[in-house]
Structures are given as structure tokens and as C-alpha cells.
Design a protein around this ligand. Structure first.
Ligand code: ATP
Ligand code: MG
Length: 172
């Protein structure tokens, strides 16, 4: 169903700002005031799990929550300047109870946050990817559909052969 992304993300940013501040991390949010086709409860949990990891595993620097339009999709990303995740671990971090010894040491958690992200994204049909540069940082990406709707224009105008998106507009 339609979810107002701007509101959801700014609420999450408020929720995590104190934690970030306590760690001396800069938490930045670049959100878009668009509606996406998702589920508010699941989407909130997915972004929470990504954000809490970014803050938890990043000792210094910044965490950025950003989103931008990509065609009819929305690309939501959580960037951090943490330790990064090496190639062999990238394939396993979404497994139940998997934690990377070196990064997880001394940090609370059971290794289920990303397993939940993976399952919820699959149920919703959203794509999750992760890119990382060990020693530099990590970015988790979520791709989800925008709510598109027909504009109230005469039918003949809509049927003109223009781009595939003609006659459609993004509800903001
Ligand atoms: P929890 O169940 O509380 O989320 P967790 O954070 O250990 O516990 P996951 O969120 O599933 O579990 O993450 C799995 C592991 O992946 C973490 O233990 C950590 O080693 C690694 N990891 C996750 N996010 C990052 C990140 N942003 N930077 C570096 N390592 C990360
Ligand atoms: Mg976690």
C-alpha cells in the first residue's frame, strides 16, 4: 500500500539521532517527499535494521540515509564510514545468526537484523544489495516502486504515442 516516505524517514532519523550523537557520528538524512508502494511496518523495520547497524559498527565519521528517484523506482541507501565488510562475509551477512567476529566483537546483537531485512524485502518484492570497501565503509541499498498514478487528462491526450511514462505522474 502507499507509504509516505518523507515522513517515515524523518521519524527514523529523529529516533536514531541521539544514538548517533552519543557516538559522535554525524547522521545525515536526504529524503524525498514521495509515496512508495510498500508496507509501512516492514519498511520501517528494514531501514531501522540498516541504520542501527551503520551506527553500531561505525566508530567515527558519518552515516547517511539517502534516497533518490531512479526511473519508476526509488533507491534508498544507508551509507557509513565504518570498517567495511570483506568479500567472503558479504555472501553470509544475511544468514540467520551470522556475525563477523572482528566487527561484531564488543557490540550487542544476535545476527538476525539483516536476516529480517532479507526476508521482509523478499515478501515485499523489494531488492536489497550491499557494496563495501573494507577499511572505508559500506552502503546498503533498497530498491522499491514509486506510487504512480494517471493524471486527469483527456484520454486522447494520454493515448498519444510519447514516452512510456507520458500521462503518468508521481504523487508527492
Ligand atoms: P542484530 O540481530 O541485533 O541486528 P547484528 O547487528 O550482529 O545483530 P545483523 O544486523 O544481521 O546482526 O548483521 C550481521 C553482521 O554483519 C554484524 O554482526 C556485523 O558483523 C556485520 N555488519 C552489519 N552491518 C554492518 C555495517 N554497516 N558495517 C560493518 N559490518 C556490518
Ligand atoms: Mg544488526
Amino acid at each position: 500500500q502507499p507509504v509516505a516516505l518523507g515522513e517515515l524517514l524523518s521519524n527514523l532519523a529523529d529516533e536514531y539521532s541521539l544514538l548517533a550523537k552519543q557516538k559522535g557520528l554525524q547522521l545525515k538524512v536526504r529524503s524525498q517527499d514521495v509515496q512508495v508502494l510498500s508496507d509501512a511496518t516492514y519498511l520501517r523495520r528494514i531501514v531501522q535494521n540498516m541504520l542501527s547497524n551503520a551506527i553500531k559498527y561505525t566508530p567515527k565519521g558519518k552515516v547517511l540515509l539517502s534516497c533518490r528517484l531512479r526511473g519508476e523506482q526509488l533507491l534508498l541507501q544507508v551509507w557509513d564510514t565504518g570498517p567495511g565488510i570483506a568479500e567472503p562475509d558479504l555472501a553470509r551477512i544475511f544468514d540467520d545468526f551470522y556475525r563477523i567476529d572482528a566487527t561484531a566483537k564488543g557490540q550487542q546483537g544476535v545476527g538476525l537484523g539483516l536476516a529480517v531485512v532479507h526476508r521482509m524485502a523478499r515478501v515485499l518484492g523489494h531488492r536489497v544489495t550491499v557494496h563495501s570497501r573494507p577499511g572505508h565503509g559500506t552502503v546498503f541499498s533498497l530498491t522499491l516502486p514509486l506510487l504512480l498514478t494517471q493524471m486527469t487528462r483527456p484520454v486522447e491526450e494520454l493515448s498519444r504515442p510519447r514516452s512510456a511514462l507520458a500521462g503518468l505522474k508521481v504523487i508527492c
